[in-house]
Design a protein around this ligand. Sequence first.
Ligand code: NAD
Length: 338
Amino acid sequence: MLRVGINGYGTIGKRVADAVRAQPDMDVCGVAKVSPDYVAVGAVEAGYDLYAVDDERIDEFRAIDIDVAGTVDDLVEQSDVVIDATPSGVGAQNRPLYERHDTPAIFQGGEDATVAEVSFNARVNYDEAADADYVRVVSCNTTGLSRLVAPLEDAYGIEKVRATLIRRGGDPNQTGRGPINDTVPNPVSIPSHHGPDVQTIFPDLDIDTIGLKVPTTMMHVHAINVSLENPPEDDEHVRNLLGNEDRLVMIPDFAGLDGAGTLKDFAADAGRPRADIWENCIWEGSVTIQGNDLYCMQAIHQESDVVPENIDALRSLSGHLSGPESRSLTNETLGIGF
Ligand code: NAD
């Protein structure tokens, strides 16, 4: 049983903790958090041992009757692997802590690629993490793009990818984020940083990305154009190809799932935890071949698409299952696929 410590129990950390707990071959040995707030209370109620980032913080937790098992140093000591889901940039500061304990760690996409030996996507480079001590699961947008690029590259070859990312302004709990009434080029420079990040997974891929932020917390939406080397004859071929991928879901026209709002409503109705959508949601009607060019649109649930990737990264690091075996176990235990 792999003992996994979760350092940073926020949007990503709490989801990864629950996903680890759902696996038959790993368990959560504790979660570390900075603030004694409702999320900390939730962690204790969920039965996780809670660790504070340092000694001074322990009293703050105890002041609101939250029992603290120790500091993050104690958590790392007990863990076989740490999931670092702290805010962007903090992960890199934490790496010396993991090195001191000789404990492998998995970082998140907010960190620079240099934080780890490997940037990871389970569909593309599962085996590369096997020999690494430090792995970075790429961001929500990069994960969504990589899952789509992989089968297209395998089946048709890719000349160039152009993607416009319509990004959610913030997560639902990020009350201070925006815009609240605007559409903002973000970043204004082109290409945006997303393209180079996808190249950490596909080093030879020609890709340009453009980013904008809009007033929603639901999901990102990508408008994508891929120039193919050997395009198929019709749209149907691409739909079948993408529909056979385990973490891509084709949204049929008849379903009435006309946007991120209805997708999230559907996920809630389906009883998904936190209304999470781990899969890329590709609108079937948008999948269009014109000459050498493929067009499509997909929605990416920023809070959850990286969760199964973290589980597979844990297995790759610990080295006891192959990529397909791990992906299939993760899919089955989480209930991936509508
Ligand atoms: P978050 O702010 O929701 O959670 C971060 C957690 O880390 C909080 O619980 C906070 O208390 C804790 N924390 C802060 N400083 C800490 C420290 N020094 N030590 C231990 N814990 C500390 O952040 P998030 O959205 O979960 O993002 C975490 C990482 O995942 C980032 O790299 C981010 O870029 C990446 N990511 C986020 C999303 C998203 O949409 N939220 C999607 C994909 C990847």
